[in-house]
Structure formats: C-alpha cells, structure tokens
Write a protein that binds this ligand. Structure first.
Ligand code: SF4
Length: 291
C-alpha cells in the first residue's frame, strides 16, 4: 500500500495521493488524465477527484499501479463506493486487463473475447479477482507475448487457464523457455482468420505486433501513442536491438489496415484512416532523424 509518510509533496492537497515509490510507468496518467500527471519523473495528483466517475478512474489507476504507489487518506465515501471491474472494455470485444506488474515496468496487457477462443496479449500480474472475471468471460485459449519484456506472470496465467503461449523464438529467455510455441517467422503469419502476427524487430530482435480484425494493432514496445499533439512515437532510448530494423518494421505497418493502436505502455488511441498512415509516415521521418 502507498504510504502517507512517503507522500510526494507535489500532490495537490486532498485524500488521493501518490507516494515516492512511483516508477513513472505512465499507467495512472493514462487511465485518469485529469487526476494524475507526470512531474519531475514521477506521477502526482494534480486534481482531486470531484465526481463518482473520477473516483472510479482513480480506483482503476490505483489497482493498475505496478508499485502500489497510489493511496487514499481517510477514504471518502465516493472512493469506498466506487465499483471497478477489470478487464476494462476499450471497444468492441477488446479489453484492458489492468493489474500491471513491476516486472514489466507497468506494461499493459489486453484481452480479446472471441468465439474462436479468447486471447490474452501480454501478461498482467497475478490477481485472483482478474482471474475470476476472465473465467466468467470464457477463460484464455491463447496468450501471445509481444516480446520478452512484458511477460509478467505469464506462467501463472498459463497454468491457471491451460492456455497455449506464443512468443517469437528470438525473444525466448530463461523466463519464457517453457512457452509452448516459439515462432520462427520473418514474414507476417496469418494466425487465424481474424488474427495476424507481424514480426517487428527493433526494440528487441523477436518483437511481434498482433493485428486483430484489421482494426486493433497491439504494438508492445514497438511504438506508442502520444498526446498534444496526437501522434505515434517510438523510443530510441529503449531500443535494445536495432534502431534501423525498428524503422523498417514501422514502415512495414503502412501496408496494414488498423485504426486502433494498443501499446505496451501509455495510452491506446483511435486513428481512423487516413490519420493512421499520416502519423506512421511522420513517425518514420522522426525515427530517421534519430539514426
Ligand atoms: S501507475 Fe503507479 S508507478 Fe505508474 S506512474 Fe502511476 S503512480 Fe507511478
């Protein structure tokens, strides 16, 4: 639990606070934009929740925080009554799992509920409440891991649901050596009628992106969304394998159809055609400037 004794002095006064253990993963200031913001490489409360909806958002952020850095002092009734349930619907049958893990630096994981078998994209931290909800939604048939960094408690979820895990073989490490299926692909794989797996080497050698229904692109750490102005970004600083390859992989996405970008960190975004291609072209140019 967050500790009031360790509170960040930059929080605005009020019941909700962030303590100094924050690792600045970005989860809370995506989920509750009006309430949390980054200041001096940590998240702080910039506005106290003032409606039941905002207390729900604050509680969603609190549950999702990988380091338990968000707390409430003398919890007001609105907080106690706020009902939060993960997985959290994003659009259609695509959900955000919350419950991020410190092991994957607060990375997001996503759940797709589909008639042909539910899919978990990357793994949250272990949570009995989340497992209960996923069970009610039909369990997990397949877990696809975008890359080696965002795997969190994948083994525990696989054991619980008996699902098949998939990762690119170039991203297998000690933690994922027992994953059931290791892909050896350089070209896009039609995994099912509505799922493509696209190799996007760069951030890591075996990084893959997952495209669902030619609409939802799960990007792991290959690319992210950003606001003000709304755009796509990629991080040179956390490119562990090859920036040149990452640029090529980004260019490759120009020929794919998608409207949603659901990254491993930060917020997801909706970019209908032609915005998505314009933003991708801008991103490629920006990446080329950083070679
Ligand atoms: S979710 Fe937690 S660790 Fe991440 S930025 Fe917010 S307070 Fe910090």
């Amino acid at each position: 639990m967050a500790k009031w004794e360790n509170v960040n002095p930059l929080n605005v006064p009020g019941a909700l606070f962030v303590d100094m253990t924050c690792i600045d993963c970005g989860t809370c200031y995506h989920l509750a934009k009006n309430i949390f913001k980054e200041q001096d490489d940590r998240s702080v409360v910039v506005e106290q929740p003032s409606s039941p909806r905002e207390w729900v958002q604050a509680k969603e952020a609190m549950i999702s925080c990988p380091t338990n850095s968000i707390g409430v002092k003398n919890a007001p009734v609105e907080f106690r009554e706020a009902r939060v349930q993960f997985p959290l619907l994003i659009s259609g049958n695509v959900y955000y799992c919350g419950y991020t893990s410190r092991d994957s630096y607060g990375a997001s994981s996503y759940f797709i509920q589909r008639a042909d078998g539910n899919i978990l994209i990357d793994s949250p931290r272990m949570s009995a409440l989340l497992i209960e909800e996923i069970e009610k939604m039909g369990g997990i048939k397949t877990m696809i891991l975008t890359h080696q960094d965002d795997v969190a408690d994948h083994a525990l979820y696989a054991e619980t649901f008996g699902c098949e895990r998939i990762i690119h073989q170039d991203d297998v490490n000690l933690s994922t050596q027992n994953v059931e299926r290791k892909l050896d692909i350089k070209e896009t794989l039609i995994f099912d009628h509505d799922i493509k797996i696209i190799p996007v080497p760069g951030h890591t050698k075996g990084h893959i992106a997952i495209l669902y229904q030619d609409s939802y692109l799960f990007t792991g750490d290959h690319l992210f969304t950003a606001e003000n102005p709304s755009r796509l970004t990629a991080s040179r600083g956390v490119c562990w394998y090859s920036w040149t390859e990452q640029i090529k992989s980004t260019r490759k996405l120009l020929s794919e159809n998608f409207e949603w970008v659901l990254p491993g960190h930060g917020g997801w975004g909706y970019f209908p055609f032609p915005t998505k291609n314009n933003l991708l072209e801008d991103l490629v140019r920006e990446m080329e400037r950083k070679v």
